[in-house]
Design a binder for this molecule. Structure first.
Ligand code: MTE
Length: 401
């Protein structure tokens, strides 16, 4: 089998040529996306759209870009010139074209949720200003991804998949802020693990990746913060240390609430890079500050996820956390093991007589009884990452609207 695969592999040293588009040339986007930043383009899915489908349509899937979308040639041309490099601490480095990659017999499709570490940041900024794109609860989505498992590529390159000291770096084709490009690394324990399900993907929901989501190739690291799922992938490098890229070293780290921009500098080096997501849930219907007539029937909906762990219960309170009831699990999909629930769980709670005005709260639990903290104030951090506090939605009565 490996022999057959190697027939598709082009040995050589041709690098992908991805210069960047200017912002003016960027692709057309759905008007249903909520734009949080124009340049670079950052937009989230509206909460009402989030709970409509188990798989989020690609055109309304949140977009998180640190710079301009890289330049793209015509797809046919691109398919023949695009080369992915696999190199670093490996015995057999290689380059491979997109077409050759797509002919791999190991091709798989899997559903997985991506969530930005900054999801729900705006709730933190209400406590104290944080630096970052102002995300509501829509920097999350669930899609079907098609590609080749990362461990397959690492095996062909003869990387040491069992070496716990190795890291695998993914480099993106986006170049910005002068000379910086975007790169991220994950530890080998995840990259080289068959059950880690890290995918080098070219399709999303059965279609080639869109420009915003990484065409022609991206990484999908299920269960990890979205930052590690590098888009416009052109190089995979095995290292004996973490990526030194600025976005690995000086971003996506979690600090104490007392840490400020004045005293954070010495802490970047000694603070670990975020890897797995924590348990999270949010209410998608109703939206915050909605009006629902007192006493009318209404079904509350939302999502939950816990970095691959199974969500065992979602609690909902209609009185700001005084009493709770368990929501119905509407959709939950697993991939054969208890720690591979890569897709979010969709939940709902039908309420016969809505008690508006009220504050609805939700919190999720996973198989290890991990749950969410009560208030964002306790986990506030200067970058506003990993906000998984109980999600609160204020509902007004039509008489008081
Ligand atoms: N990859 C590249 N090359 N450049 C980026 O700016 N953003 C990352 C990640 N991969 C990014 C990237 C972040 S922070 C997130 S949350 C996810 O992509 C978002 O993926 P999406 O835009 O497809 O939803």
């Amino acid at each position: 089998m490996i022999f057959c695969i190697l027939l598709f592999v082009f040995m050589g040293s041709v690098a992908a040529d991805n210069s960047s588009l200017s912002y003016e040339q960027e692709p057309e986007r759905s008007h249903r996306l909520i734009i949080n930043q124009h340049e670079p383009f950052n937009a989230e899915t509206g909460v009402d759209d989030l709970s409509k489908t188990f798989l989020t349509p690609s055109e309304i899937f949140y977009v998180r870009n640190h710079g301009p979308v890289p330049a793209l040639q015509e797809p046919e041309h691109f398919n023949s010139t695009y080369m992915l490099q696999v190199n670093g601490i490996v015995e057999s480095p290689f380059n491979i074209s997109l077409g050759a990659l797509q002919r791999f017999p190991e091709k798989v499709s899997m559903n997985a949720t991506l969530m930005c570490a900054g999801n729900r940041r705006t709730e933190m900024s209400k406590i104290k200003t944080v630096k970052g794109v102002p995300w509501g609860p829509g920097a999350i989505g669930n899609a079907e991804w098609t590609g080749v498992p990362l461990w397959t590529l690492l095996s062909i390159a003869k990387a040491d998949l069992d070496n716990p000291n190795l890291h695998v770096e993914f480099s993106g084709g986006d170049v910005f802020e002068g000379t910086t490009h975007y790169a991220q690394s994950i530890p080998m324990y995840k990259a080289g693990d068959r059950k880690g399900d890290v995918l080098v993907a070219w399709a999303m929901n059965g279609q080639p990746l869109t420009l915003d989501h990484g065409y022609p190739l991206r990484v999908v690291v299920p269960g990890f913060i979205g930052a590690r799922s590098v888009k416009w992938l052109n190089r995979i490098t095995v290292l004996d240390h973490e990526s030194q890229n600025r976005y690995q070293q000086k971003d996506y780290k979690l600090f104490l609430p007392s840490v400020t921009w004045e005293n954070v500098d010495p802490l970047w080096n000694i603070t670990p890079a975020l890897t797995q997501l924590s348990v999270q849930s949010a209410i998608t219907e109703p939206a915050d500050n909605s009006t629902i007539m007192h006493g009318s029937p209404y079904t509350i909906k939302g999502y939950a996820q816990s970095n691959g762990a199974r969500i065992t219960r979602v609690d909902v309170s209609l009185n700001n956390g005084i009493t709770w009831q368990a929501a119905d699990i509407v959709y939950q999909e697993k991939k054969g093991y208890d720690n591979r629930y890569w897709s979010w769980t969709i939940w709902a709670l039908p309420v016969a007589e809505f008690p508006s005005p009220c504050v609805i709260v939700c919190r999720a639990w996973d198989t290890s009884a991990n749950t969410q903290p009560e208030a964002a104030a306790h986990i506030w951090n200067l970058r506003g990452v990993m906000n998984n506090a109980w999600h609160r939605v204020h509902v007004h009565d039509d008489k008081h609207a």
